[in-house]
Design a protein around this ligand. Structure first.
Ligand code: AMP
Ligand code: MG
Length: 403
């Protein structure tokens, strides 16, 4: 087992252990937020036929050289119908947006350019160039084209293009099942009145919500007392999960039994302790083929370790295109306290100034028990190991917290 490793080493060990989930077919209506297991490939040209971009008249542009010009209307082509007649010289067809272009015509004159004349003829006061207001077949998508790659999260427009292309079902990754296990004798449920020395379990609900926003499935929440037998009993209830997330019980305290019990159950511990703040006592290992995270119990540590390690793990299991949040550079506007030798995940508030430059400052006191610092933050500032007490003007990398 490795210990006191860097953030990069921890992430590498974790992501190398993550295996892709299987695929399943879901109907389109259930696909929102899921991750594509196969690309969406077009089976058709879109649009499938040349059609009008305007309500107006399909014409031969050459007929409208001298204005005003009058043409005879031979047919009405609403959307959803198909033209039956050829537009010969001296004639035109009334056409609606989206309706197929008739043979012979090469342009559409919008209705606003015309005046209807009583005996089935139309006068044109303005002329379209050849090809004007005509949408070519396959202008949007060509048959055989990969329109959306595998690993893309299904968003409303992905649903829309899938429907356009006739995908009634999509192949998506099975969501990883995640067991969230809060440990600690001091913890009670949110609906329970607090007794002496008790606090409410906040990491349980927060982690379950983080799991959901990461595209995974949180199993029923579990809580274990600081008692080896009880922890073992609770772990046995969680063995149906792909990922076990422990909150608390991984520090060096006398009642921190989680590692010991997992060890007795045959867990291969890959590392314990990372050179980071918050979250130094983070533990990671494998219990058969399950990934096991021991997240430190302080709520800030729990939240940040999830964002830095668990969310990318779930994205890897889902084979997502994007595993890590992108980072952008921002200018620190106020000093923040930091000692060397640890990578800090400082909670920050970032804003653009009037000149469009990105500025950031910390949210205030950064203790790992001060949950408020997470609630107020809109970003995480990455302060690397070598940096010490950075002052105003220091460039730092941030990642937006979009949750
Ligand atoms: P531990 O990692 O078990 O030593 O816990 C560190 C700190 O986090 C202690 O102050 C705990 O009371 C607190 N803590 C542990 N688990 C939770 C939880 N599920 N919700 C809120 N606070 C917690
Ligand atoms: Mg504890």
């Amino acid at each position: 087992m490795q210990t006191f490793i860097s953030v990069a080493e921890a992430r590498t060990l974790i992501l190398e252990a993550a295996r892709p989930m299987g695929a399943e077919e879901v109907v389109l209506a259930d696909a929102l937020g899921r991750t594509l297991a196969a690309p969406i490939v077009s089976r058709d040209d879109i649009p499938p036929f040349e059609n009008s971009a305007m309500d107006g008249y399909a014409v031969r542009a050459a007929d409208l050289q001298d204005l005003p010009a009058t043409l005879r209307v031979i047919e009405d082509i609403p959307a959803g119908s198909y033209p039956e007649r050829m537009v010969e010289p001296g004639t035109c067809a009334r056409i609606m947006t989206g309706a197929p272009m008739p043979d012979g015509a090469d342009a559409v004159a919008p209705v606003e350019w015309t005046e209807e004349v009583e005996d089935g003829t139309v006068r044109f006061n303005q002329a379209p160039a050849s090809g004007k207001h005509v949408r070519p077949a396959a202008e949007d998508v060509q048959r055989g084209e990969e329109v959306v790659p595998a690993g893309t999260v299904v968003t409303p427009p992905v649903l829309g293009i899938a429907a356009t292309l006739g995908y009634a079902e999509l192949s998506v990754r099975v969501p990883p099942r995640v067991a969230v296990i809060s440990t600690g004798d001091e913890l009670v449920d949110v609906s329970t009145a607090l007794g002496p020395g008790q606090i409410r379990d906040s990491n349980g609900p927060a982690l379950a919500a983080q799991v959901k926003t990461a595209g995974a499935r949180a199993l029923s929440p579990l809580r274990a007392r600081d008692d080896a037998d009880h922890i073992r009993h609770v772990i046995e209830q969680a063995l149906g999960a792909d990922v076990l997330l422990f909150s608390g019980g991984v520090s060096v305290g006398e009642y921190d039994y989680v590692k010991q019990v997992l060890d007795e159950m045959g867990m291969e511990m890959l590392f314990w302790k990372v050179r980071q703040r918050p979250g130094k006592p983070l533990a990671f290992g494998l219990l058969q083929d399950r990934l096991v995270f021991g997240l430190p119990g302080n709520p800030v540590s729990s939240a940040m370790c999830f964002e830095q390690y668990v969310r990318p793990t779930l994205a890897t299991m889902l084979e997502r295109q994007t595993v890590l949040r992108p980072q952008v550079s921002a200018l620190l506007t106020a000093p923040t306290r930091k000692k060397q030798g640890f990578h800090y995940f400082a909670r920050g508030i970032a804003t653009y100034d009037d000149a469009g430059r990105l500025r950031v400052r910390d949210t205030g006191p950064q203790g790992s028990n001060l949950y408020h610092s997470v609630v107020r933050a809109n970003c995480i500032m990455h302060l690397p190991e070598g940096l010490e007490n950075p002052g105003p003007g220091t460039r730092v990398q941030i990642e937006w917290l979009d949750w």
